[in-house]
Ligand binder design. Structure first.
Ligand code: NAD
Length: 295
């Protein structure tokens, strides 16, 4: 049993904290939104109304916040109040620069730290089946494993500080690009008189096979569990895909990596958001492609 402070009890953090309680950990929670504290309390989390209160007695502190600026501002306060040796874990998806700064803050205080963004969405957070992509020292990772295992199924050590964030944004850049590629193929197939099922049957056993097609098919029918079958309710919202693609492009610019398809995907998801679909599942981008094809 570990005494854990969980900061950020939103769509992801709320159910993740609940799973830590289920696994037998003693969990205190803090969020700026009072209603989320009430909700967390119903799943056995002890609600706290300040950072100082939530970290009191904690061996491990987990943050699950919107973006880099939130994480840095919370970690700046944390390192002032936690004792050296407290394990700090950030599970938010944030930019590489902020992740490195957060590690540096922890190191200066003498706290081991991990960046550990997740994939699997709110469904995975609730079911405890998230994938964790973790950056930080190997021995810190080994010590934190039981905490991750309470919230996830696949836990992968990606390398040193910020390697988890790097893996997350590279993976999601592949996902954004591949979803557009699959959408384009279905729209072209429609123009050519091909049924969705026929294209699916061929491509899902041929070289066009990929997760965006086989597991998350953007047209209704071939994969009954995909968001296309429920009017593109997320799932993974277009706004979150846009956020992650923007992080990939910031990193590409900073490092000089050539990512022309990542750049194009970012512009297309920006257009998708600007046209009012930010809250729809990201696979709904096929409808924008179809509209612009005059179908
Ligand atoms: P969310 O907005 O639902 O939750 C974030 C919470 O942080 C909010 O409840 C907010 O009140 C709280 N918060 C902000 N500043 C705070 C502070 N200073 N102190 C305490 N609490 C504070 O967001 P989410 O969907 O839970 O996502 C969290 C992170 O996980 C993001 O980085 C997101 O990109 C990433 N992520 C989300 C999903 C998803 O499907 N939602 C999937 C994978 C990764």
């Amino acid at each position: 049993m570990t005494a854990i402070a969980f900061i950020g009890l939103g769509h992801m953090g709320g159910p993740m904290a609940a799973n830590l309680v289920k696994a037998g950990h003693q969990v205190r929670g803090f969020d700026l939104v009072a209603q989320l504290l009430d909700q967390a309390a119903r799943s056995g989390v002890s609600p706290c109304t300040s950072l100082a209160e939530v970290v009191s007695g904690a061996q491990t502190v987990i943050t699950m916040l919107p973006a880099g600026q939130h994480v840095l501002s919370v970690w700046q306060e944390l390192v002032e109040i936690v004792p050296a040796g407290t394990l700090l874990i950030d599970c938010s998806t944030i930019d590489i620069d902020s992740a490195r700064k957060a590690h540096a803050l922890a190191e200066a205080k003498g706290c081991p730290a991990l960046d550990a963004p997740v994939s699997g969405g709110t469904g995975g957070a609730t079911a405890g089946t998230l994938t964790f992509m973790v950056g930080g020292a190997a021995e810190t990772f080994a010590g934190a494993r039981p905490v991750f295992e309470a919230m996830g199924k696949k836990i992968i050590h990606c390398g040193e500080a910020s390697a988890g964030q790097a893996a997350k944004i590279c993976n999601n850049m592949i996902l954004g690009i591949s979803m557009i590629a699959v959408g384009e193929a279905f729209v072209l197939g429609e123009k050519l008189g091909l049924t969705h099922q026929a294209l699916f049957d061929v491509a899902s056993v041929s070289s066009g096979q990929c997760w965006s097609l086989s597991t998350y098919c953007p047209v209704p029918g071939p994969v009954p569990t995909s968001p296309a079958n429920r009017d593109y309710q997320p799932g993974f919202a277009g706004a979150l895909m846009l956020k992650d693609l923007k992080l990939s492009q910031e990193a590409a610019e900073a490092t000089g990596a050539m990512t022309p398809l990542g750049a194009k995907a970012t512009r297309l998801y920006q257009m998708f958001a600007d046209e009012g679909f930010a809250d729809k599942d990201f696979s709904g981008i096929i409808n924008m492609l179809r509209d612009k094809s005059g179908t």
